[in-house]
Design a protein. Structure first.
Length: 252
């Protein structure tokens, strides 16, 4: 199975790099310099973009000027000015030896897409390890549906999200579900990795199903925590998700 490489960028971003022989794929180049440092003079086979935020697209002008023939796949969104092919939910992306399917995962932004295939998913800022993106544009119901969809991918799918937020997410996750043994193990593993400056990613969908509170709003322990936090039991899954997300927004 293909094992992608996270290239650190800015404070806590990762630009994903996938290689197979002479083929390379770059995902969410928020900065051109670390990509060029890694690739040198060899152009990538293609560039994939998940959403319009600057930390995911600001490398595009320089990369496109340097390698104008390299295809750039992106969602339909005028806030992503540079793309050679616009894709949306259900579209197939064939690049080099790889095949991906586009999945719409709105919530963090309205037009965010994930690319799923080859045993991995490039999901931008929709799902993080032990967390999820902030709701800048979408509704809680949209984000919940997006996360529910990602959670149905095969358990061994590698989760290639774009920020190193796992340790901070883990502190919140343990606050809402302290009795989750799989979560305790994952938090310990992440502490060990981060102590050696190693990435906590990629994660797997199976690990997230076992540990990520935003995929676990049906857990009795999380529902109890939410009831204590809210002063009443959430009425449904959307309220449970919305209150968990807004709790996390103010959590220190
Ligand atoms: Zn973002
Ligand atoms: Fe981001």
């Amino acid at each position: 199975m293909a094992r992608p490489d996270p290239i650190p960028a800015y404070d806590d971003n990762y630009i994903w790099l996938l290689r197979d022989g002479p083929s390379t794929l770059v995902v969410d180049p928020g900065d051109a310099a670390p990509v060029i440092a890694r690739l040198g003079s060899a152009p990538p086979t293609a560039i994939l973009v998940t959403h319009h935020h600057w930390d995911h697209i600001d490398g595009l002008p320089e990369l496109h000027a340097r390698w104008p023939a390299v295809p750039i796949f992106a969602p339909e969104d005028p806030r992503i000015p540079i793309a050679t092919r616009r894709v949306s939910d259900g579209d197939a992306v064939e690049v080099g030896p790889w095949h991906f399917e586009v999945i719409a995962v709105p919530g963090h932004t309205q037009t965010l897409i994930a690319y799923h295939g080859e045993g991995l998913v490039f999901c931008g800022d929709s799902m993080f390890s032990l967390g999820c993106g902030r709701l800048f544009e979408g509704t809680p119901a949209q984000m919940l549906a997006s996360l529910d969809h990602l959670a149905t991918l095969p358990g061994d799918t590698l989760l290639c999200c774009t920020h190193e937020y796992t340790a901070a997410n883990g502190r919140f996750a343990l606050t809402v579900e302290p009795g989750n043994a799989a979560l305790q193990d994952r938090v310990a593993e992440v502490a060990e990795l981060r102590a050696h400056d190693a990435p906590s990613l990629p994660s797997t969908i199976a690990s997230e199903r076992a540990c990520n509170p935003f995929l676990r709003i049906d857990s009795p322990e999380i529902l109890q925590s939410l009831a204590r936090h809210l002063g009443h039991a959430p009425q449904d899954r959307v309220e449970a998700f919305a209150s968990l997300r807004s709790w996390k927004d103010t959590f220190r």
